[in-house]
Design a protein around this ligand. Structure first.
Ligand code: HEM
Ligand code: NAG
Ligand code: NAG
Ligand code: NAG
Length: 560
């Protein structure tokens, strides 16, 4: 009897799975208890009360309506905040500059991305910077860094101006001679896709004239909203991968219908790979055909992927990236570049609509420099003080990326630049970090610190960048790649595309603002929390959009 059960392949598989499940759960339980004991002292650190026995503060932090909670965490408790994670285990929100420096630079190898982040990005894009760590990451990053050099940005500037002018003309045509309501986010997300399409992939997704459809663009655009739906359940992915073999997970994922969220995400990912492979193959043919053929391509072979393919073909054997990794990078670049830039640009236009005085001053600066003609050089574009201040100040107050986690891979100590007070009145100058403990990178808290930025830290004041920064800012040694602002992160895993993004934002503003005016409508704009923050009209709507009243700007005295 028992023999026949054991030899039945179905029950054997079930039995093995049951054992694996029990094993993994036991292992989880042990590490969970060990971590709870090791972080016992953290319960005295200031922070908001837990909101739920199972979810802790995760539900609040991951909620689409979490903006106020994020701000509260960033501002109300000091530079190190204890949040509660799953089943009561703590997550430290770290905004102290010295501690961030330790996590991102001095001890970067200890504070790693979480398994969740690495596995989701591996599943979505394959082997790219986002899904690898340590030496493997360093190797890919080394090959990619020259591709993002300022020198290549200079070559790309005329291409960027072309795209910028197309967007301006399209918006201008849409508003005509009247003042009209325009969904600014819609244009910013089409244009962000086109910037990375042409500048990154040498591929045009969108003629930017009227509404148009591109299958690759559509799949890329729906990936993040699909992934974001189940944000708080993402912790199940590494668990499932530990328990179940990959083939079984694949069978399981394939049982979902194409209309379910998981099914949509699955089809999305497959489609994305197929389209990226086609683009790659056509680029490979053009590169092989030589200069003349390259010149006929979109972006004339000056795009990031063409440069990467050329560098890759002459790299040493052991430095070279496998072809499939280059294909993976195409979708990953597009993903990393679109939501971030389009929401950042939309946020800037929203803020300018709220501050007509600054909008007028910025327009004056741009008109004086004749920026709308699109003939400024890279250096001229980077020497417009108010343009620079407006961008930095908006990214300081509203960092688009606020959900970056890290996990300590061994015991260590986090030094603090300012001591923190525990709830029982003690003062501590450093924090003992046990292996396995979890962290949130507190970019917003660092950006909004009154100690660093002064009493007006919460106000939007681009002028603070135009005059000399207070010495507390320069002294704080904030480890970001973008002078004193953490929005692009810092260290080995900082945003590799930040120069690209800065140039894109500057080009768009410098051609739009001289020719168009932006005003608020009476619709309430709500900024939502997501993997990247996005605006909607009111709290209920889930449709990303930013309506602003837009009109053509005519120079006073020009008779219009
Ligand atoms: C306003 C726009 C942008 C913001 C706020 C932003 C922010 C960030 C942040 C915070 C990270 C660190 C992520 C982490 O630690 O997991 C990052 C990484 C990255 N970003 Fe951006 N980004 C922007 C635009 C871009 C653009 C335009 C590109 C590509 C052209 C890009 C490509 C990347 C890549 C490839 C990484 C991974 C780097 C690595 O792991 O080595 N980003 N970005
Ligand atoms: C912009 O992107 C969002 C998803 O991030 C998408 O839902 C929306 O349809 C896009 N809008 C336009 C006009 O392309
Ligand atoms: C400042 O905070 C904003 C949001 O709070 C963030 O977008 C930006 O990246 C931060 N900048 C710095 C320098 O930390
Ligand atoms: C934009 O503004 C500049 C400066 O006023 C002007 O010379 C140019 O013709 C305008 N372009 C468009 C397309 O309106």
């Amino acid at each position: 009897m028992s023999e026949s059960i054991l030899t039945n392949p179905f029950t054997t598989v079930l039995g093995a799975l049951g054992l694996a499940l029990a094993g993994v759960l036991l292992q989880q339980l042990i590490s969970f208890v060990r971590l709870r004991v090791a972080t016992w002292a953290w319960r005295q650190l200031p922070g908001p009360a837990s909101d739920s026995t199972f979810w802790g503060n995760i539900g609040q932090y991951f909620s689409r309506h979490g903006e106020n909670f994020h701000r509260q965490v960033a501002v109300d408790y000091g530079s190190v905040v204890r949040l509660t994670g799953l089943l009561g285990n703590p997550i430290l929100y770290v905004a102290d500059p010295k501690a961030l420096h330790t996590m991102l630079i001095d001890e970067e190898e200890i504070f790693q991305e979480t398994d969740i982040a690495l596995q989701i990005t591996q599943m979505a894009f394959g082997t790219t910077l986002l899904s690898i760590t340590g030496r493997h990451h360093a190797k890919q990053r080394k090959l990619l860094s020259p591709v993002f050099s300022v020198n290549h940005m200079r070559h790309m500037l005329p291409l960027f101006y072309d795209i910028g002018r197309k967007i301006r003309d399209a918006i201008s045509a849409q508003v005509g001679d009247a003042k009209a309501e325009v969904n600014v986010l819609g244009w910013m997300n089409r244009s962000a896709l086109e910037f990375i399409g042409q500048g990154g992939l040498g591929y045009s997704f969108d003629p930017l004239v009227t509404e148009s459809k591109d299958a690759y663009a559509d799949t890329l655009k729906s990936l993040l909203p699909n992934l974001d739906v189940n944000l708080r359940f993402q912790f199940l992915i590494p668990l499932a991968r530990q328990i179940f073999p990959t083939w079984l997970l694949r069978v399981f994922v394939n049982t979902f219908s194409a209309t379910s969220n998981i099914g949509r995400t699955r089809d999305n990912i497959n489609e994305m790979f197929e389209r990226a492979k086609e683009v790659y193959a056509s680029k490979k043919r053009a590169l092989a055909a030589g200069e003349a053929e390259l010149a006929k391509q979109t972006a004339q072979g000056k795009d990031l992927v063409s440069i990467l393919m050329q560098a890759n073909s002459v790299a040493d054997e052991d430095q070279r990236l496998p072809e499939e990794d280059v294909v993976s990078l195409m979708s990953m670049f597009t993903f990393a570049a679109t939501e971030t830039s389009s929401n950042a640009l939309s946020r800037i236009l929203d803020v300018l609509a709220k501050h007509p005085d600054y909008q007028a001053r910025l327009r004056e600066e741009l008109l004086e420099a004749r920026a709308a003609d699109g003939l400024l050089s890279y250096d001229e574009l980077n020497h417009l003080p108010l343009l620079d201040g407006v961008i930095r100040e908006t990214l300081r107050l509203h960092p688009p990326v606020t959900m970056l986690f890290r996990v300590a891979t061994r015991d260590t100590v986090l030094p603090l630049s300012e001591p923190v007070f525990t709830t029982d009145g003690k003062q501590i100058a450093s924090i003992a970090v046990p292996k396995g403990s979890q962290f949130l990178l507190g970019f917003m808290g660092c950006n909004l610190s009154r100690t660093i930025w002064g009493e007006d830290a919460l106000e939007w004041k681009p002028d603070r960048w135009v005059s000399d920064l207070p010495s507390a800012v320069t002294k704080a040694r904030i480890p970001g790649v973008y002078s004193n602002v953490m929005s692009f992160s810092g260290g080995k895993r900082s945003c590799i595309g930040f120069k690209f993004s800065e140039m894109e934002i500057k080009v768009v503003l410098s051609v739009l603002v001289p020719n168009l005016t932006f005003e608020l409508t009476d619709k309430p704009i709500q900024w939502n929390v997501g993997t990247v923050g996005f605006p909607t009209v009111g709290k209920e709507s889930a449709t990303p959009q930013l309506p602003l009243k837009v009109a053509r700007y005519a120079l006073p005295g020009s008779g219009v």
